[in-house]
Each structure stands twice: as C-alpha cells, then as structure tokens.
Design a protein around this ligand. Sequence first.
Ligand SMILES: [Zn+2]
Length: 67
Amino acid sequence: MRYDYFPKDQRVQSRRGRLIGVTTGATRPCQLEGCKGVRVTVKWPDGKHTHPCSEGLIAGRRQWRIA
Ligand SMILES: [Zn+2]
C-alpha cells in the first residue's frame, strides 16, 4: 500500500510497549531505496519526535506497533 499521508492523532506503541506516542500528521517521503512508505512524525510523552516508516507500522486494534 502506498501512503501519501498518514493520519494525525494515531496512537503508536513504542517498541518495548511502554510508551504511547501520537502521530502529528506531518510526513516526509521515505528515502530508503524502493520503499513506498512515508516517514511518519510521532511525538512521544517526553516531547521528542521520531520518524518511523509507515511500511514498518503494524495496525493493531487500539494503536499501531513499530515492527
Ligand atoms: Zn520506508
């Protein structure tokens, strides 16, 4: 699936499952060669941002997980 955007205010679970971040709605193209995803901006409780690729996000019932 190709994403040109990623919705805002989606919950994202940290890799270890302890933290919940929220998508800001900001995206940028993924620079990985051949990847059709976008880098999704996630804001974490400490105020920091990370940019996981949408291709590595797994939809769960209540939140996304990072593969
Ligand atoms: Zn990617």
